[in-house]
Every structure is written in structure tokens, then in C-alpha cells.
Write a protein that binds this ligand. Structure first.
Ligand SMILES: [Zn+2]
Ligand SMILES: [Zn+2]
Ligand SMILES: [Zn+2]
Length: 349
């Protein structure tokens, strides 16, 4: 994430800010130009409405600070208009959880737009298009519980909003033995399945995928059952970015895809704050910041710059007594898989 400043007074503002804390200007993020803009109030008593940049209709409800850039009937920004189902927001807790999920989702969309990945700018709720349902488990009067399973199916991404509760997510993380579990991680993973359908599942690309990740035609539900019954593949850390990635080539792809997003997004943030750790060895060449990590052509440069940042960030977190920022090790095999994803994103192979 890059840094932003208030166009009115120049103070630093954050990606999620709807208002400048210093001068009280009303702010909105215009995704198409990657700028925070000062927008005259839409509820102005004189009826002033900025004609080109209207606030997202979810602004007051959940604090979405994006602008509605393509007029649409629902009055939503590009991120919100991809959400087709939301929980029962008469329940304040569910409203809060939905808001947290949308906040993480805007960071996903920020990256999708920066990567120039194919993405609808208008509402498209047809089969196969990218849609989200953010729903909670339902408890029926007879005591039955209808569980919402997080996952992807033909463009439809479902996230259980319970994950937006820190205590629940942490409990799930521990139960699954995962070193890392976040809302943004869920979105990056699930959207990886969507782009697999769009960009990888075609002649000329699928063969390269199989050479790298294995054959996805092996039975998916049997593979997952096997994973949950027997745990990850032996020595999985040699070839997989997470234990779960070893369950099936589709999951490996989604996990590695999410990881590629972590790396590029992390690099952009590090550079925005001047974090560019240098090698310790005498005579080692200095690492010069990459101009724009989202558009670097040479994949190896990304890894070369990313690893020292993760070491520095882990050291920062340990100095505060926190868990590691980056609890992963990038093996050669994993790098090769990320390189494939890099090519898919760059070339839409
Ligand atoms: Zn300001
Ligand atoms: Zn919005
Ligand atoms: Zn998955």
C-alpha cells in the first residue's frame, strides 16, 4: 500500500480514512486513479453533489471510503458492487463483521486493480463472474445450525463472517495449526481460485500449471478428506508455502497466489515507509528500491528484495514480543510456483 496525503492540507491520511483528522476535509478514494480526493459533502444543505465522484452508498453504513466512479443503481464503489449477499445487518455485531470484511476486501481490490487483472467495473452477477457473499451461520429455532463454508464456486466467493471476530479467527488458527490467518489472506486465497478458472484453465497454460503444481484432475474431495484425516504431505515445507497447500494442486495454487499478493503488497508498503534493509556482508551491492513492485518484470528481483524485508520485520515483531510478521520460508520449489503466478498475472498467459 502506498502512502496518501490530504489534497487540502497535505497531512498524512490512511487508505481507510474518510476524513482528514487535521483539516476535517471529507475524503474519498478514487480507485481508477489511485488517489484520495477531497469531496464536497453529499448531504450538504444546499444539495451539493460532486458530479463525477459520488460516495459509495456503504459509506455511512460501514465506513466504505471509496467513491462510486461508475454510476450504478445501487450507488456502490467498485469493491462493494461485487458483494451480492450480506448478513442480517439489523444485528449490530454482524454489521461490524461485514464492515471489517469489506475493509479487507478493498485492499484486495486495490491490488487487483494495480495488477490490471480482469475485473468488472459494473455490477455483473451472472454465473462465473466474480461475486462475494459475506454471510454468518444461521441458528434455527429447532436448534439446528446452518453453517456457512468459506470457499469458491464458479466465481462466487463465500466468506463466513465469524472470521471477522478476532477471538474466533484466532481459535480457528490455533485449531488448524496455522502460523498465519487473516481476513485479507482469505480474500487473496479465494480470489486465486477465481483467477485459476479465468487465466490458467486453458490450453497452453494448464500444461505449465501441471508441471509446476501437479495434476489438478485428481479427485478434489478425496484429496481434502485425505488431508484432514492424515495431515500434510511429509516434508511439505520443501515444496509448499503452507501445510494446506499440500492438500490439492488447486489449494496449492490459491495459497501461493495469496502469497504472491502478500509479497508485492508488502514490498510496496515497505518502500512507502523507506524500509529497504541492506545486506550485512562487506562489499555486497546495495539493494536499490524497485520502482513499482506491481509492475516489476523480473520475478527474481521481487524475491531478492522481499526476503531482507521479512527478516527485518520479523526482528521488529520479536522486539515487541509479537508473533513473526512473516512465518514462512520461500524454498526454490515455492519460488518456481510464484514465478508461474507472476507470469500469469503479467501476461494473462
Ligand atoms: Zn487535511
Ligand atoms: Zn464501497
Ligand atoms: Zn481454497
Amino acid at each position: 500500500m502506498r502512502r496518501f496525503s490530504c489534497p487540502e492540507c497535505g497531512s498524512q491520511v490512511h487508505f481507510d480514512n474518510s476524513r482528514c483528522e487535521a483539516c476535517s476535509s471529507s475524503l474519498g478514494y478514487a480507485a481508477s486513479i489511485d488517489q484520495v480526493l477531497v469531496v464536497p459533502g453529499h448531504t450538504d444543505s444546499a444539495g451539493t453533489v460532486a458530479p463525477e465522484h459520488l460516495f459509495c452508498a456503504n459509506r455511512d453504513l460501514i465506513g466504505c471510503n471509496w467513491l462510486q466512479e461508475t454510476p450504478n443503481a445501487a450507488g456502490l464503489c467498485q469493491s462493494c458492487l461485487h458483494t451480492v449477499k450480506i448478513p442480517d445487518i439489523t444485528d449490530p455485531e454482524k454489521l461490524l463483521r461485514w464492515g471489517r470484511l469489506e475493509r479487507a476486501k478493498r485492499r484486495l481490490f486495490y491490488a487487483l486493480i494495480k495488477f490490471n487483472l480482469p475485473l468488472a467495473i459494473e455490477a455483473d452477477y451472472s454465473e462465473g463472474s466474480l461475486r462475494f457473499e459475506l454471510l454468518g451461520d444461521e441458528f434455527h429455532p429447532d436448534g439446528m445450525k446452518k453453517r456457512v463454508m468459506t470457499g469458491h464456486d464458479d466465481g462466487l466467493i463465500t466468506i463466513n463472517i465469524a472470521e471477522a471476530d478476532d477471538a474466533i479467527r484466532e481459535k480457528n488458527r490455533t485449531a488448524m495449526g496455522e502460523p498465519y490467518r487473516t481476513l485479507i489472506g482469505h480474500f487473496r486465497h479465494e480470489v486465486g481460485h477465481y483467477y485459476w478458472d479465468k487465466l490458467v484453465d486453458q490450453a497452453g497454460v494448464i500444461e505449465m500449471f501441471r508441471a509446476c503444481f501437479g495434476d489438478e484432475r485428481r479427485d478434489y474431495s478425496d484429496s481434502l478428506k485425505h488431508y484432514y484425516a492424515n495431515g500434510p504431505a511429509q516434508n511439505w515445507t520443501n515444496s509448499y508455502v503452507s501445510a494446506y497447500a499440500s492438500a490439492h494442486p488447486w489449494e496449492d495454487f490459491a495459497e501461493t497466489w495469496a502469497h504472491y499478493f502478500h509479497m508485492v503488497g508488502g514490498l510496496e508498503t515497505a518502500y512507502a515507509y523507506g524500509l529497504n534493509p541492506q545486506p550485512l556482508q562487506d562489499g555486497a551491492l546495495p539493494l536499490v528500491q524497485l520502482a513499482d513492485p506491481y509492475h516489476v518484470v523480473d520475478f527474481d528481483q521481487l524475491v531478492e528484495h522481499w526476503v531482507p524485508i521479512t527478516v527485518a520485520m520479523n526482528a521488529m515483531n520479536r522486539s515487541m514480543g509479537n508473533r513473526d510478521y512473516y512465518p514462512f520460508v520461500l524454498s526454490l520449489d515455492i519460488s518456481e510456483k510464484m514465478k508461474f503466478i507472476h507470469r500469469v498475472i503479467k501476461d494473462h498467459l
